[in-house]
Design a binder for this molecule. Structure first.
Ligand code: C2E
Ligand code: CA
Ligand code: CA
Ligand code: CA
Length: 276
């Protein structure tokens, strides 16, 4: 196992996952992980660009393999999507995140990633409603993060899903904006509250000569004109904070403000946040 830049051991290296045997082993391990509760949820702070106070957290799933240690979601989520286990994983993350968020101050939100596979399942709104009800969390405190890839599926069906989710009163964020098969057409009708500017645009944006700052600027202008908020993702250094604030991003997320942390640490960060 080799650690990548984020300190996560990537036991399931891409070349292993390229062959059927490697994938099958990960799939088997994933089933066991679900049975034995080897997954938990971490929370990464999202701050207001204006005040630098924590206004929410993004829930990120973590898998601690008993022998292999932490496995990156970048490795196991795609496999979980292929073998159907993403539905069970996604439901657990949703339940844990809404339960934890119910213990936070009322103006703090939680964001949960929704896989395109979950988005295509007509049962999703009921699942979300049940999670909110059993956690006792106000729908407006939950933000669902959806990637552009949902627009590849049937558009009448995705319109119905958007309407059903908005009908619950939850917020919707467009994740990883600009990295997928982007077409601006869907911004016309899809009811997003927020666009998340992908970290590939933020990385290096504060260095002179690059084009990333112009791209971020264009995304923010577009989002603002459409009445949407913007989160700059993957902000790692002070120069990037200053840049994305200057470009008008409303929210900032990244290691510079905090790495994904356990629920108990998130509660502590919030307690410190109140005094700011
Ligand atoms: P994402 O939704 O774009 O999540 C942000 C990723 O960027 C997280 O990686 C986070 O730890 C990382 N990150 C945050 N700030 C920084 C930074 O300043 N620098 C750098 N280099 N990275 C930063 P993570 O937790 O490894 O998750 C990777 C991806 O796995 C997520 O990307 C998301 O697509 C997927 N994922 C994670 N949890 C879930 C989940 O519960 N459900 C689903 N469907 N997907 C998930
Ligand atoms: Ca996300
Ligand atoms: Ca993202
Ligand atoms: Ca991403």
């Amino acid at each position: 196992a080799k650690a990548d830049g984020r300190g996560v051991h990537r036991f399931y290296r891409p070349e292993m996952l390229a062959d059927a045997q490697g994938r099958k082993r990960l799939e088997d391990d994933l089933r066991i992980a679900l049975q034995h509760d080897q997954m938990h949820v971490c929370y990464q702070p999202v701050v207001s660009a204006e005040t630098a106070r924590i206004v929410g957290f993004e829930a990120l799933v973590r898998w601690e393999h008993p022998k292999r240690g932490p496995v990156s979601p970048a490795d196991f989520i795609p496999i979980a999507e292929e073998c159907g286990l993403i539905e069970a994983i996604g439901e657990r993350v949703l339940r844990a995140a809404t339960r934890d968020a119910a213990g936070w101050p009322e103006d703090v939100r939680v964001a949960v990633n929704v896989s395109p596979i979950q988005f295509a399942n007509p049962a999703l709104p009921v699942l979300v409603a049940n999670a909110l009800a059993s956690a006792g969390l106000a729908p407006s405190r939950l933000e669902l993060e959806i990637t552009e890839s949902v627009f590849l599926t049937d558009s009448a069906q995705s319109d119905r899903m958007f309407a059903a989710l908005k009908g619950l009163g939850v917020r919707l964020a467009l994740d990883d904006f600009g990295t997928g098969y982007s077409s601006l057409g869907y911004l016309r009708s899809a009811p997003f509250d927020k666009i998340k500017v992908d970290q590939s645009f933020v990385r290096g944006a504060a260095m002179p000569g690059g084009r990333n700052a112009a791209i971020i600027q264009a995304i923010v202008t577009l989002a603002t004109a459409l009445g949407m908020e913007t989160t700059a993702e993957g902000v790692e250094i002070q120069d990037e904070i200053e840049l994305v604030r200057r470009l008008g991003c409303s929210h900032i997320q990244g290691y510079v403000y905090g790495r994904p942390m356990l629920g108990a640490q998130a509660a502590e960060a919030l307690a410190a946040n109140q005094g700011r």
